[in-house]
Design a binder for this molecule. Structure first.
Ligand code: NAD
Length: 351
């Protein structure tokens, strides 16, 4: 099989050939039709995360071993199955759930493998979908896809799924005003999902007018360009009738966006941090109890959420956006284009 692999941080991905694996037992071999290019692939390529104050969290310290094949938003058709693959058959079109856990910790026992203590996620800790084939360790990580275009389901495994669980958290206090920061792959899914499952007025914030225009088309009620507006915080608060926002989802989560998030929260407000751009910030501690605000993180979502999301896509409630296609040989350009903010919504690689 042919794969585009990260051999070392910040080095060009290398396309290499290896033996196509033979599925055993519960395993399933999937012929990859499309794989989403996620900003998290960029962090993996860069070797880790900015912790702020000059500190860097290396992915190798979290258990990643290079070379690794990235790609966790995978759709394809079943090519071959082991001798116990349940109701999965050769030829089925499938979406792969990549957030595989250890099957043995409290999170896995509660069916929240995405929050596992010792994760084995595909495209991070195990080889992923920048490849023409992927060996899925168990048929239970597949969801059959029908009734929607197969390729458009790819982003439901991460950008859609992460946005879905973040919107559910943000919706806990029934927000009248919900701010979504970042109108990239995750943020645009967040806008669509928030429009579909909340009664909120949605305010979307980004640095890029084109992305903001797309957010408006997808259901944002208000858009704010934080690069152009001299006082983003005041602008958002005034949109929220002067009271501030009930909930904020930060799909960027860099110092300036997280500061904006905290500053625009009204009393009892709820801030959900999702992005991994990173850095650090100072918090004025007394404001947290005095305003009784909640600050929480969201990390992808569980298998059941992915299946729910697939239903929302099937009935047309959400419509994942794919704006650009690359071949496996162009994997480096795909990542470069994402880094330089040239992608609206999602790009996919078609191996
Ligand atoms: P993306 O590159 O598609 O989009 C990022 C967007 O943020 C772009 O529209 C960009 O213009 C905007 N942006 C950047 N800096 C900004 C700023 N200072 N103010 C306002 N807008 C700004 O990225 P993506 O694939 O949507 O991923 C976003 C982040 O979420 C990444 O860090 C990614 O690794 C992370 N992520 C987290 C999870 C999770 O489970 N928590 C899952 C997937 C991705």
């Amino acid at each position: 099989m042919k794969s585009a692999r990260i051999v070392a941080p910040n080095e060009p991905l290398q396309v290499s050939e290896s033996d196509t694996p033979l599925p055993q037992g519960n395993q399933v071999l999937v012929r990859v039709k499309a794989v989403g290019v996620c900003h998290s692939d960029l962090h993996l390529w860069e070797g880790g995360y900015d912790l702020g104050d000059g500190q860097f969290m290396k992915v190798t310290d979290r258990g990643v071993k290079y070379p690794v094949t990235p790609g966790h938003e995978i759709v394809g058709s079943v090519k071959q199955v082991g001798n116990d693959a349940g109701d999965v058959s050769v030829g089925d079109d499938v979406l792969v759930y990549p957030w595989i856990g250890c099957d043995n910790c409290p999170a896995c026992n509660a069916k929240n493998e995405n929050l596992c203590d010792a994760p084995r996620s595909l495209g991070v800790f195990q080889d992923g979908g920048y490849s023409d084939y992927i060996l899925v360790p168990h048929y239970r990580y597949l969801a059959k896809v029908s009734g929607i275009e197969l390729e458009s389901a790819a982003s439901l495994a991460c950008s859609g799924l992460t946005a879905y669980s973040a919107v559910k958290k943000a919706n806990a206090n029934s927000p009248e005003f919900l701010v979504i920061i970042g109108a990239g792959g995750l943020g645009l899914m967040g806008v669509q999902i928030a429009k579909a499952i909340t009664n909120s007025k949605i305010i979307c914030v980004d640095l890029d007018d084109k992305k903001l225009a797309t957010a408006k088309e997808m259901g944002a009620d208000f858009i704010v360009n934080s690069a152009a507006d001299t006082d983003t915080v005041q602008k958002i608060i005034s949109i929220c009738n002067g009271n501030g926002a009930d909930s904020v989802i930060d799909f960027v989560n860099a110092p300036q966006t997280a500061k904006t998030g905290v500053s625009v929260l009204r009393k009892r407000g709820n801030l959900v941090l999702v992005g991994l751009f990173g850095g650090s910030m100072e918090l004025s501690l007394v404001t947290i109890p005095l305003k009784a605000i909640t600050i929480q993180g969201a990390y992808t979502g569980n298998y059941a959420d992915m299946v729910e999301l697939l239903e929302l896509a099937k009935n047309g409630t959400i419509n994942p956006m794919i704006s650009k296609h690359y071949t496996l040989n162009d994997a480096n350009s795909a990542l470069d284009d994402l880094k330089s903010r040239k992608i609206i919504g999602r790009a996919v690689i078609n191996p």
